[in-house]
Design a protein around this ligand. Structure first.
Ligand code: PGA
Length: 299
């Protein structure tokens, strides 16, 4: 195989297709489009000079060349993992400590990412603090944590931030609310509704307030609460509408205990950022966590 010079990325894509025996499922797992997966496999096949998969109807299976490459790919991965562990040991990563603080709303996915990180690095002592945007900014100011996950960070501070994923804000209602089923409800109609809001200091609240001020629509807040769970239960009980990150209501929307309203300009587009102080050197553990979070496969 003189032309075979695969990249690690190509091998990883190929292994995922071989594990799933499906280009569609592999592309979902890898957060890539199906054509992107097919191109990577095709490039590998060109290097090998033989097809790696055979197609029987809708099914695919590994060819003999595919099986040989699959074994080779697993050997490479295991050698790299061993090498990585030895280097981590040298850098002290295996026994390090990580302090992460995340926004109340980000905790819905951040704990999953941290669990993935912890399973890769079981020796690292991880501490997770959950607070609202105001609390996060104070922690960054007083240098209390390695990294934070939050909504858009303020400009002009000594902060370095990288977007990690979308954070759409949606309007939720109980299933028997009169606006359920209406299409493209105009924003000004929301002025007639009552809302259950997060507390002052919440980034979600600040973003919603900015939006309605810009639109010139006054909003009636009937209740304020510090937790997204409490908002969900209050909205389910029919005491008003809520505006929350879609991350917080995935389950309720699926089971139908809450409904997402179709309102013009919604969902509001926001992003989650990984943020750190730019004037503070990062520990090797924090660097490793940063790389882990920035890889979409770990989300
Ligand atoms: P929060 O979320 O509403 O939980 O403070 C932070 C943010 O969206 O900035």
């Amino acid at each position: 195989m003189p032309k075979l010079k695969p990249t690690l990325r190509q091998l990883h894509v190929f292994e995922t297709v071989a594990d799933e025996l499906s280009f569609t499922r592999a592309s979902e797992r890898l957060h890539l489009s199906q054509p992107a997966v097919s191109i990577q496999v095709k490039q590998l096949e060109e290097g090998v000079g033989l097809p790696l998969f055979e197609h029987t109807g809708k099914r695919i299976s590994l060819t003999e060349a595919g099986s040989i490459l699959y074994n080779c790919s697993q050997t490479i991965r295991s050698v790299l993992e061993d090498t990585g562990e030895q280097i981590d040991e040298l850098m002290g990563i295996q026994r390090g400590k990580l302090d992460v603080t995340v926004a109340t709303t980000a905790s819905y996915f951040a704990s999953r990412i941290l669990a993935g990180f912890a399973s890769h690095y079981p020796q690292i002592a991880i501490s997770l603090d959950v607070t609202n945007r105001e609390g996060l900014l104070q922690q960054l100011e007083s240098n209390q944590c390695d990294l934070v996950i939050m909504g858009e960070p303020p400009r002009g501070k000594r902060l370095e931030s990288t977007p990690i994923m979308a954070n759409p804000l949606v309007i939720i209602a109980s299933p028997n609310h009169p606006l359920v089923g209406r299409r493209r409800v105009p924003v000004k109609e929301l002025g007639e509704q009552t809302f259950v809001f997060r507390e002052p200091g919440s980034g979600t609240r600040a973003a919603i307030m900015r939006f309605f001020e810009k639109k010139g629509v006054p909003i009636q807040i009937s209740l304020e609460m510090t937790s997204n769970e409490a908002i969900k239960q209050t909205v389910q009980a029919g005491l008003g509408l809520g505006i929350v990150s879609r991350h917080t209501v995935a389950l309720e929307l699926k089971t139908g205990s809450l409904v997402e309203l179709d309102v013009a300009h919604f969902p509001l587009k926001r992003f989650w950022y990984l943020v750190r102080r730019s004037d503070k050197p990062m520990s090797p553990v924090a660097q490793r966590f940063e790389a882990f979070v920035l890889d979409p496969e770990n989300h």
